[in-house]
Design a binder for this molecule. Structure first.
Ligand code: NAP
Ligand code: GCO
Length: 264
């Protein structure tokens, strides 16, 4: 019997008060895991705890900015003391800044790289020693279509997510011998607060041009929902994927395979 259970496992999902991280953590709880999450703002951690409780999930929430190594090292030590050693890490926390590159400040570029690439390094580095001592673990990095494709105004984000694809492969290469599997999930265009500006109705009530564009570019002819990510995330966190390592699993409704629907 293939085992997708996460019973007895402790999962840390970063930036999981809402959005994709919240959906993945909820799916992990349903599969039997104990959920730990963090957010930058105390009020968002409280909001997240309440949202998990509404689903009957007793989550553990911590205030932590994943770009600060000292905070991350402290939180991981506290989690290990208060909850237990982390078996599954999902590097989900992320930001995007949509600015034409020639208008983007270097500080803005660095901020995106810091959250979307440096932080997965910092958090993975913090959890790997205990995973080695425990005999293994799972690290899942939330990549993106922009790990493979570019588009206007997202230079920093694409650079970060492209780097995150290779960081995923390097962690897989360096720690596979310790029974640590590191894989990525590459969501397509998912309806969350991060993409809300791309789906806003126009003043005349029509769909946002980008909204229509993505629907035409997706064989599934729809935006993804956070529910679409749950199954792939549980698979990569479970022993069912113990021989899957260094893989980016695109959950994109087929965007990467499709040239796009011919305009009428
Ligand atoms: P979201 O709705 O904007 O949520 C991002 C989460 O990350 C928020 O909880 C945010 O907390 C947290 N966060 C941001 N910076 C942080 C930091 N320095 N330390 C700790 N937490 C931090 O985004 P989402 O759509 O759920 O996306 C989640 C992940 O999926 C991101 O890595 C994103 O790049 C990726 N992704 C999204 C899509 C999509 O279409 N939505 C597609 C592909 C990949 P605050 O609210 O406090 O900032
Ligand atoms: C954008 C979107 C995308 C999605 C996602 C696609 O502005 O193009 O925000 O970047 O967030 O990363 O996979």
């Amino acid at each position: 019997m293939v085992d997708f259970s996460l019973k007895g496992k402790i999962a840390l999902v970063t930036g999981a008060s809402y959005g994709i991280g919240f959906a993945i953590a909820s799916a992990y709880a349903e599969a039997g895991a104990t959920i730990v999450f963090n957010d930058i703002k105390p009020e968002l951690v409280e909001k997240g705890l309440a949202s998990y409780a509404e689903l009957g999930i007793k989550a553990h929430g911590y205030v932590c900015d994943v770009t600060y190594e000292a905070q991350v090292q402290d939180i991981v030590a506290r989690i290990e003391k208060e909850v237990g050693v982390i078996d599954i890490l999902v590097n989900n926390a992320g930001i995007i800044k949509r600015i034409p590159m020639h208008e983007m400040k270097a500080s803005e570029f660095r901020q995106v790289i810091d959250v979307d690439l440096n932080a997965p390094f910092i958090v993975s580095k913090a959890v790997i020693p205990s995973m080695i001592r425990k005999g293994g673990g799972k690290i899942i990095n939330i990549c993106s279509m922009m790990s493979e494709l570019g588009r206007e105004t997202v230079s920093a984000y694409a650079a970060a997510k492209g780097g995150l694809k290779m960081l995923t492969r390097n962690i897989a290469s360096e720690y596979g011998e310790y029974n640590i599997q590191c894989n990525g999930i590459g969501p397509g265009y998912i309806a969350t607060p991060q993409t809300a500006p791309l789906r806003e109705r126009q003043p005349d009530g029509s769909r946002h041009p980008f909204d229509s564009f993505i629907v035409a570019k997706t064989p599934a002819a729809r935006w993804g929902t956070t529910d679409d990510l749950k199954g792939p995330a549980v698979f990569l966190a479970s022993s069912a994927s113990d021989f899957v390592n260094g893989h980016i699993l695109y959950v994109d409704g087929g965007i990467l395979a499709y040239i796009g629907k011919q305009p009428k």
